[in-house]
Write a protein that binds this ligand. Sequence first.
Ligand code: NAD
Length: 343
Amino acid sequence: MKIAFFDARSYDLPAFRAEGEKRAVDYRFFETRLAPETVSLAAGCDGVCVFVNDTVNAEVIDRLYDQGVKVIALRCAGYNNVDIEHAFGKIHVLHVPAYSPYAVAEHAIAMLLTSIRRIHKAYIRTRDFNFSLDGLTGFDLHGKTVGVVGTGKIGRIFIDICRGFGMSVIAYDKFPAENSGISYTTLDGIFEKSDIISLHCPLTEETQHMINAEAIEKMKTGVVIINTSRGGLIDAEALLGGIKRRKIGAACLDVYEEESDVFFRDFSGHIMSDDTLARLISMPNVIVTSHQAFLTKEALENIAETTTQNIISFFSEGVCDNELCYRCGQVDSCMKSRRKKCF
Ligand code: NAD
């Protein structure tokens, strides 16, 4: 099985090389992203392996199909960058539903603590032998209300950690988990009552710009917003407006709406052309990490193992539990629930 591996980074290689050798999957690593301009690199391959910022739109899918590619193996959970409906009937799409929800939930907490205890400022100060405490006053998490949007795998671990801090947790989910002991409210309830809001739901047409100017208006002054899910959940311009008006106390962003143009690359020494991102980063109460929440040793090993197993199951066993299609979960038409390929 020959698999063209796009957007390959140094941290991907050890685990994928080891899995590939162990299980006879021939990964061909390309640093470039999958896009209409690079799709021809997959010629002669049985599948492609892609990540969050590869472009897998209708054009790319048609060209992969014409080249004889049979499978798109996502090495991530989210699939908002894949035109799932267009792929149906042509190329099968596999993903890694969970690799380490702990990695992402713990990163969200790391960003929160860094932000509200001003660790990012203190770190730079003490390196310069500046031991003054002026401007470093934080606040206790204990007793604060955290609003969690999306109570799936990551959201629930985040909730457990927050409870350990003595925080009061409220949550919103389109599909609330029954008998979970989670106190659910409406989305407006989250906006109105939370001191801290953390997003853990997928990016869909419905959730696009869930945090916009109108939502921000409903929030408490000084609210802290954490986004480790997908950049498109937040209207970045509206967020910037809320920060400038001092309505938003802090923002912790591991994802950004236009991240595909900049994240995972080194632009130090260059002029940053994205004014909104540059402005956000310049704010003392904004912390940006470049889609790094997943990046732990455990997660990387699990990603390589599950992605490789998905490919082997698909080609050798003819079915893969982690296949995706736009009909998945629909009672009358879901083939996966009948242990079959999606089409
Ligand atoms: P999950 O599928 O287990 O949980 C998602 C939850 O969101 C579910 O409970 C679902 O019911 C809920 N949901 C769906 N539509 C909703 C809506 N319209 N409003 C509110 N809730 C809604 O997913 P997960 O593993 O917990 O991952 C959550 C998100 O984290 C993913 O969608 C992905 O975008 C993101 N993620 C980011 C990183 C990173 O490195 N930053 C890594 C992994 C996942």
